[in-house]
Design a binder for this molecule. Structure first.
Ligand code: ZN
Length: 620
């Protein structure tokens, strides 16, 4: 535990020195939050004070700032409500179906909220270094004019008083979720929007995910003393709290009707908590010293699964530590709450009334997000596929191992999903903003399935070993930062030596598809010629397996056709001449006579996401 803390500090200290390895001129803003809030568990309202020191590391002078007021989304007439009423396939958790399954008639649950059920965040006062500020609330965004411009390299302090109301649980956050967890406190405080090399990201809260500023959080939460909390950050006063947070044998004094939980979270970009009077709190110290916390309802039907989940979570941690990079915090909490599964700093909120396998599955996924999106903090609304896709990729591999599933291709479901979407005529490019997809289906299959196939297929393009090395180097170079798609592909290029901008471009910024076929197999002199055809627009290096027979014995050979524009080829493969994209066909000449060829198959591994495999096979 001690060692880990030191290594975190060390990584903070050397951050400046290693930036030369990354995008040149890389910078990121810094926040330092101090918050004190008092919760009223009867009417779900809370009062808060926030002191925020904001450091402008950008080369720009800032004259305004923006805060997110996420809870304002849970009000009739909000953009989230409007979107819910107009999208053809709304999230089932957010609507009531007044029709039938076949003929649904959806009603937005947000549209039905009463005044005492809505969510809100109201800013009561805001000052910059002691000067009152002009500000305006526009939906879920607070627009703030600075009193004094914030120059490059300078810091300023904002003092805010705010009040909030926790909405009825509709999406992610809220009171009394479907499993009776009292408080799921996510996106609950006024949160400064991120300003990065692309400018401000003051995105309204419509439905999709987040982007936040890196920094340190000091948070005090005062609440009735029978409530048990879990969340982001290390508890600073366990002797006043107990509930399993105290050291063994430590005496606990809970004074008064309400107690104050004091948390500290260094180097995070969000702060989440959940609370319930009936939480059971278990702890398990993992091999690497990380303390795993489990908070779940005292409900006999789920206890056994939640106990069995604990050693599996430790195995998941070990898997991600080994395959991506070391988990850098001292603690991680799996908390029953929310409405499915959602990732946060040092914790996740998941629903808990599930089968054992589903409970491990959702934990595998959400815990993997600690790397892909939390530590490697991509902008989730712009690069949703790096968040959900990379997470799906690594958690599918981890689950396959930890639950002994023994799938040859643990991503086969993702390939099927992508194939369905690509052939549906509905697909939109992955560069689409997460809120701007036509349907939830387009977002879901795009981000999760096509996003995970991005990595699985990259393993086919540059080889599994290079892919594994790429993930580790990506972690080393980009942890605690905001990597972009280009940052990732540059790491893959440096690791493999191949040119890969074409891959990033076609796969994530277009809906071009991969479709290669065997056009013809002909006798030519004593030998034969196979003509391959590129039907789809997307280029790919090709592997072709040929099965020869002399009537009795069979023999298989794998031919490899590098892609010219990669200026690179895989080692230890039989190279049959590279293929430049603009040529629609490529001819492979064989010494074997046509009658000795039994079968030819393009990509027998199935790792190339060919949208029409019916033309990939030729048989005698
Ligand atoms: Zn996810």
């Amino acid at each position: 535990m001690k060692f880990k803390l030191q290594s975190l500090l060390f990584s903070l200290l050397v951050t400046g020195a290693i930036t030369a390895q990354q995008r040149s001129g890389y910078w990121q803003q810094k926040v330092d939050y101090k918050m004190e809030v008092e919760m009223n568990v009867k009417n779900y309202q809370y009062d808060g004070e926030q002191e925020l020191t904001y450091t402008n590391n950008s080369p720009d002078t800032l004259t305004k700032v923006f805060y997110h007021l996420f809870f304002n989304a849970f009000q009739p007439g909000s953009q989230m409500d409007a979107r819910l009423q107009s999208i053809q396939d709304p999230d089932g958790r957010m609507v009531n179906n007044l029709g039938t399954r076949e003929n649904p008639e959806f009603e937005s649950r947000i549209s039905k909220l009463n005044e005492d059920e809505i969510g809100y965040l109201k800013v009561k006062s805001l000052e910059q270094d002691g000067n009152k500020l002009k500000y305006e609330t526009v939906g879920t965004i607070l627009e703030v004019e600075l009193h004094e411009a914030l120059l490059p390299g300078e810091a300023t302090t904002f003092e805010m008083e705010f009040e909030g109301q926790v909405p009825v649980q509709i999406r992610r956050s809220g009171r009394n979720n479907a499993e009776g967890v009292a408080l799921s406190m996510t996106q609950w405080y006024p949160k400064l929007a991120e300003y990065d090399f692309e400018g401000w990201h003051a995105d309204p809260y419509i439905g999709r995910e987040f982007h936040g500023v890196w920094g340190d959080f000091d948070v005090k939460i005062t609440i009735d003393k029978d409530y048990i909390l879990g969340g982001t950050g290390y508890l600073q006063n366990p002797e006043e709290i107990g509930y399993g947070y105290q050291e063994e044998g430590q005496k606990v004094k809970r004074k008064g009707k309400k107690i104050t939980w004091h948390f500290n979270a260094p180097n995070v970009h969000d702060f989440t908590w959940a609370a319930d009077p009936d939480f059971i709190h278990d702890k398990l110290e993992a091999e690497d010293g990380t303390m795993l916390h489990f908070l779940y309802k005292d409900n006999d039907e789920i206890k056994e699964n939640w106990k069995k989940l604990q050693p599996k979570t430790a195995e998941l941690l070990a898997y991600y530590n080994e395959h991506i990079g070391p988990y850098p915090y001292d603690q991680y909490s799996v908390i029953q709450g929310g409405d499915g599964g959602m990732e946060y700093g040092m914790c996740t909120l998941i629903t808990g009334e599930r089968s054992y396998e589903s409970l491990v599955g959702v934990t595998a996924h959400e815990f993997a997000h600690s790397w892909f999106q939390f530590i490697l903090a991509t902008n989730e609304s712009q690069h949703e596929w790096m968040d959900e896709g990379f997470t799906t990729y690594i958690s599918s591999l981890a689950e396959n191992e930890i639950l002994n599933k023994n799938n040859d291709n643990p991503l086969s479901g993702s390939y099927r999903g992508y194939n369905y979407l690509a052939n549906s005529g509905q697909e939109q490019p992955l560069s689409t903003h997460a809120d701007r997809y036509q349907t939830n289906m387009n977002y879901g299959i795009g981000a999760y399935s096509k996003g995970s196939v991005f990595l699985a297929q990259l393993g086919y393009v540059i080889g599994e070993e290079n892919l594994a090395k790429t993930l580790k180097r990506y972690y080393q170079e980009w942890k605690f930062k905001h990597p972009t798609p280009n940052d990732f592909i540059r790491v893959a290029e440096k690791v493999s030596g191949a040119e890969l901008s074409w891959y990033l471009n076609d796969w994530t910024r277009t809906t071009n598809t991969v479709d290669y076929s065997i056009k013809s197999v002909e006798a030519a002199g004593n030998g034969s010629e196979i003509v391959l055809e590129r039907i789809g627009q997307m280029p790919m290096p090709i592997e072709v397996e040929i099965t020869f027979t002399d009537g009795e014995k069979e023999e298989k050979t794998m031919m490899y056709i590098p892609l010219t524009m990669m200026h690179w080829e895989k080692e230890n493969m039989e190279n049959s001449g590279s293929w430049a994209w603009a040529y629609p066909t490529h001819t492979v000449k064989l010494y074997a006579a046509k009658e000795n060829i039994k079968k030819i198959e393009i990509d027998p591994s199935g790792l190339m996401a060919d949208v029409d495999r019916s033309n990939n096979v030729w048989e005698k």
